[in-house]
Ligand binder design. Structure first.
Ligand SMILES: Cc1cc2nc3c(=O)[nH]c(=O)nc-3n(C[C@H](O)[C@H](O)[C@H](O)COP(=O)(O)O)c2cc1C
Length: 372
């Protein structure tokens, strides 16, 4: 068990990563205002701990669409894990399996859905997988990815809706970000769209997405995807209550509040600020969130503001670059241990006791909220 913080793991990861890959992982859009807010807005929320509560036994278990997890912490979809470690997504999936949580596999993974679904820990455990979907103009690609996800035993589809184009990421433009020739997006191989290794000095990922993703994606296509998926569809990238309602009306099973880790629309609202509005708009729905989770106290605040669970993006990449599978395991166990400690110090023995009054938030003092 490591005593390192997530921040310290990031510093160690930095030493093992080529600069342009570290920048790709760490960076955000434009002036990185939203990237910064995702973390600093957690700091602006204060905890209101309860005292003299029996916290000798704490229950952190959560049920998500029938999946029972020992903790409300999941792996967010992030592209290209092989830039961090040769075993890439296989190592991340094994780490998720060893702590019994869910890994969300990106469409733009370096390993295919089938390879990751087959990845086993030394004890023979496999991760439960969700599959994150980007929608290409060619609907055959979506059909193929959904069918393969079902076939591989994936439990849910995470449809990312905040990326009709790639946000402008100055670090990647400056570095001419591209994949090295030996890596590709293997899920797209059968459509000959696996190569993102252009070396024109421009951001190859931005060019790839601009030419292939469906800019016309709307709530009507969401209905089609829900019908085609045959699995629960969670809509990722929602930042407003009205959009959450529309997504549910189109058949979504759940919502993931996210601004893509501050990598898309800069100066967009932070995830933690958006969370409460979304949860108030769809009170009966399971809402998850990601963006800026670096501490157990961040998780506790997100749960108090209505999230059922959280996902972590960059911290997983830091663990992977630092120490491969065991580094990812350290990230997940550190956050789990910190959440346990925070719950005990805040006087909550079970996730169902984590209520709104556990926090004082500067973001949602009536007004705007009442209009929803
Ligand atoms: C390097 C990197 C790659 C990402 N790739 C994807 C992706 O392929 N699909 C997706 O839906 N989100 C992607 N995201 C966004 C994450 O799923 C998540 O929303 C974000 O990282 C959460 O913020 P955090 O990094 O502060 O935890 C990516 C984020 C990073 C940092």
């Amino acid at each position: 068990m490591t005593t390192l913080t997530i921040k310290e793991m990031e510093n160690l990861a930095c030493r093992n990563l080529e600069q342009s890959y570290f920048d790709y992982y760490q960076g955000g859009a434009e002036d990185e205002i939203t990237l910064g807010r995702n973390c600093s807005d957690f700091d602006a929320i204060k905890l209101r701990p309860r005292m003299l509560v029996d916290v000798s036994s704490v229950d952190m278990a959560v049920d998500l669409w029938g999946e029972k997890l020992p903790m409300p912490i999941l792996i967010a979809p992030t592209a290209f894990h092989c830039l961090a470690h040769p075993e890439g997504e296989l190592a991340s999936a094994r780490a998720a399996a060893s702590v019994s949580t869910i890994m969300t596999l990106s469409t733009l993974a370096n390993h295919s859905i089938e390879e990751v679904a087959a990845a086993e820990t030394q004890e023979g455990k496999r991760a439960r997988l969700w599959f994150q979907l980007y929608v290409y103009k060619d609907r055959e690609i979506t059909r193929d990815l959904l069918a393969r996800a079902r076939q591989a035993g994936v439990r849910a589809i995470v449809l990312t809706v905040d990326s009709p184009r790639l946000g402008k990421r100055p670090r990647d433009c400056k570095n001419g970000f591209h994949l090295p020739a030996h890596l590709s997006a293997r899920n797209l191989e059968r459509f000959f769209l696996q190569n993102i290794s252009g070396n024109s000095g421009k951001n190859a990922l931005a060019d790839y997405i601009a030419s292939l993703y469906d800019l016309s994606l709307s709530f009507a296509e969401l209905e089609w995807i829900v019908a085609e998926a045959g699995l629960p569809v969670l809509v990722k990238g929602i930042l407003r209550g009205d959009d959450a309602r529309k997504a549910l009306a189109a058949g979504a099973a759940g919502i993931i509040v996210s601004n893509h880790g501050g990598r898309q629309l800069d100066t967009a609202i932070s995830s933690i600020e958006a969370l409460e509005e979304v949860c108030r708009a769809v009170p009966e729905t399971t809402v998850l969130m990601d963006g800026g989770i670096r501490r157990g106290t961040d998780i506790l605040k997100a749960l108090a503001l209505g999230a059922r669970a959280v996902l972590v993006g960059r911290p997983v990449l830091w663990g992977l670059a630092w120490q491969g599978e065991s580094g990812v395991r350290s990230v997940l166990s550190t956050l789990q241990e910190e959440l346990l400690l925070s719950m005990q110090l805040a006087g909550v023995a079970s996730l169902k006791d984590v209520e709104r009054d556990l926090v004082k938030s500067p973001f949602f003092a009536g007004g705007q909220g009442e209009r929803l």
